[in-house]
Design a protein around this ligand. Structure first.
Ligand SMILES: [Zn+2]
Length: 88
């Protein structure tokens, strides 16, 4: 799990995601399934009680607080969806 403070945090993970091109499946708003080396990982994007954006992924890297490419992939979809919602 990590707290998203800015898009620059995601740069490396986004670069990796562009290379690997994982499949991102929408489960519901804030919950996504992303393909990885060992099957699908679940990524959850939410806001905690202090209003921070928190991202959870079920992979090993995220357990250690790393920004993984699964999270970056899910976030790019999530941010797009959030924008669409606000516009609606
Ligand atoms: Zn991950």
């Amino acid at each position: 799990m990590f707290v998203l403070k800015g898009i620059e945090q995601l740069e490396k993970a986004i670069a990796k995601a562009k290379k690997i091109r994982p499949r991102v499946e929408f489960v519901n708003f804030g919950r996504y399934q992303v393909s990885g080396s060992k099957g699908f990982y679940t990524v959850i994007c939410r806001k905690d009680e202090r209003g921070y954006k928190v991202v959870d992924c079920t992979c090993k890297g995220a357990e250690k607080g790393l920004v993984c490419y699964h999270a970056a992939s899910a976030l790019s979809l999530h941010i797009g969806l959030a924008r669409t919602r606000q516009a609606a």
